[in-house]
Design a protein around this ligand. Structure first.
Ligand code: KIV
Ligand code: ZN
Length: 393
């Protein structure tokens, strides 16, 4: 870690353009759109942008290279296996960067060592050291990941980490590659590393949590509480299988619950809605309506009880203002759980001043219609017209 003052500062490492674009069923994203996403990430204050896997494809190489030429404040990062050709390609792609990082990784868990790599522990250690030294010859900022860290024997992970730091890695990433860990377990694994690895104070530790059990954000936050100072995440949580920890959820948790999570980031949260929509549009990966922070329903209220609370004070049912995340306003929607007050307000916004009697008539007719299907503004106008109600706008 850099200094005492930085202890509460969390580096936000975005992997939308790398792990995110590895999502199954994603629409291919061409270079110009990748650059657009990279520019938006830089603009909103992301500290490290993982722009691709340089050796993986020409498109990845070109994305890293193009973003490296932009002179952003953000560090541009390329993924690389521990193979020489990967590291050399990453170094080349990052050459123009004002600040570049090579992120090299190797699997460390028994199942990955035996079934995927066909390597023993010693070979993993040697490959790690070799790759990091080679990367450090090309660039000062080298990150090392222990793929499938959470299923690795803890004692072996300590040894790998100690060697990786000794070889020159400045950031050590601890991926929950298969989304298997739990918050307490992940925190304990990280705390043990910080306490037991002799040179742990010479590196920044990082979380990288997948969401297979829906725990990616919780695990990342617990990782921070255990001492990690970098969080890897993606916009809308896109990534392999169930995805990665969602940046908007992590940053808003740190912002809204600063009382219990006293950490700072450089992210301008007002950009979340816009970048979420951009990533949805360019990748074809739509978020569900009830997605935290950026979903259509995140600031919408339909039931009578909630609409009543909201009409008195938005803090009754909202823990943050929609403006904080770039949503223009809360939304009042109407359906079969809505009450008369909510319906009156909605019809008022559409231009109808309903008397008590008109409201009763309209409410009863609305309830019948709404039970048959969703009511939109057009249908509300049509129903009002059927009932002879006059629109004043
Ligand atoms: O999930 C993972 O382990 C990864 C690594 C390459 C960091 O994405
Ligand atoms: Zn991953």
């Amino acid at each position: 870690m850099d200094s005492k003052e930085n202890e509460g500062f969390i580096h936000i490492f975005d992997t939308t353009l790398r792990d995110g674009l590895q999502s199954p069923n994603i629409t291919p994203v061409p270079l110009k759109d990748r650059v657009l996403i990279g520019e938006s990430l830089a603009k909103m204050g992301v500290n490290i942008i993982e722009a691709g896997f340089a050796i993986g494809s020409k498109l990845d190489f070109d994305t890293i290279h193009t973003l490296s030429q932009k002179g952003f404040d953000s560090t541009i990062c390329s993924l690389a296996r521990t193979l020489d050709e990967d590291i050399i390609a990453a170094g080349k792609a990052l050459k123009p960067a004002r600040s570049g990082r090579i992120h090299t990784f190797i699997s460390t868990s028994p199942i990955h060592r035996e079934k995927k790599l066909n390597m023993d522990k010693q070979q993993v250690l040697e490959s790690t050291t070799h790759a990091i030294k080679l990367a450090r010859n090309l660039i000062d900022d080298v990150q090392f990941s222990l793929e499938d860290f959470t299923r690795t024997e803890p004692e072996f992970s300590w040894k790998v980490i100690e060697m990786a730091i000794k070889a020159g890695a400045t950031t050590i990433n601890l991926p929950d590659t298969v989304g298997y860990t739990t918050p307490d377990e992940y925190a304990a694994l990280i705390a043990d590393i910080i306490n037991k690895v002799p040179n742990a104070d010479k590196a920044v530790f990082s979380t990288h949590c997948h969401n297979d059990l829906g725990l990616a954000v919780a695990n990342s936050l617990m990782g921070v509480q255990a001492g990690a100072r970098q969080i890897e995440c993606s916009i809308n949580g896109i990534g392999e299988r169930a995805g990665n920890a969602a940046m908007e959820e992590i940053v808003m948790a740190l912002t809204i619950r600063h009382d219990v999570l006293p950490y700072k980031t450089t992210i301008d949260t007002k950009n979340f809605m816009k970048i979420s929509e951009l990533v949805q549009e360019l990748t074809g990966m739509d978020v569900q309506k009830n997605k935290a922070i950026v979903g259509k329903n995140a600031f919408a209220h339909e039931s009578g009880i909630h609409q009543h609370g909201m009409s008195q004070d938005s803090r009754t049912y909202e823990i943050m203002s929609p403006k904080m995340v770039g949503q223009s306003a809360s939304e009042l929607t109407v359906g079969i759980t809505s009450g008369r007050a909510g319906l009156k307000k909605k019809m008022g916004a559409l231009g109808y001043q309903l008397s008590k009697g008109d409201l009763t008539t309209f409410y009863l007719a609305f309830m019948e219609r709404a039970a048959q299907g969703r009511m939109n503004d057009k249908k509300l106008h049509a129903l009002a017209s059927e009932l002879g109600l006059k629109c004043l706008t």
